[in-house]
Design a protein around this ligand. Structure first.
Ligand code: TYC
Length: 160
């Protein structure tokens, strides 16, 4: 007659023949397995911040929280933004700068021409504002293209 050390669990429940052994006693699992929990589709970080309805009867006899998920706490932070700056020089052709502004920064010809002339006249100008990774990628694309065409064009980023 096989006696069960613990009540049946969602992962099976029958005690193996030789028992569970001393090092790894069975851990009863209460409630649904992780994949079936209501919050299983949420990323871990958000799951922890979830609030449950404030009902005293939501905890079961073991104190496990059983409330219905009502809202997520707005604990997330907006990513920092970075300005991508273009610098003037005396040698890079205007058409090349306009082409880069259209290709890399997705500007229309009119917008690109305006930015290029702004840089040409003031020495520096903003091509766009992006999160760090996007801004950094665009700077690299500009510097690469300039290098490939032997233009001294410089481009950098700064925190917005
Ligand atoms: N000053 C350059 C010229 O006269 C044009 C230019 C504009 C260069 C903007 C760089 O970021 C720049 N050919």
């Amino acid at each position: 007659m096989g006696m069960r050390a613990f009540p049946s669990t969602v992962y099976g429940g029958s005690t193996p023949k030789g028992g569970w052994g001393e090092l790894h006693p069975p851990r009863p699992v209460f409630g649904a397995p992780p994949s079936e929990r209501k919050s299983a589709h949420l990323p871990r970080k958000r799951r922890r911040g979830l609030a449950t309805s404030n009902n005293a009867n939501n905890d079961d006899e073991r104190g496990t929280e059983r409330g219905v998920v009502t809202k997520a706490r707005p604990k997330t932070k907006k990513p920092s933004q970075y300005r991508v700056l273009l610098l003037n020089d005396d040698y890079t052709p205007m058409e090349f700068v306009v082409g880069l502004l259209m290709g890399v920064f997705k500007k229309t010809q009119e917008e690109a021409t305006k930015i290029m002339l702004d840089v040409h006249q003031n020495g520096i100008g903003v091509c766009g504002i992006y999160t760090f990774e996007v801004a950094e990628t665009k700077v690299v694309q500009v510097l690469d293209a300039a290098k490939r065409h032997d233009h001294p064009l410089k481009c950098t980023l700064e925190k917005a």
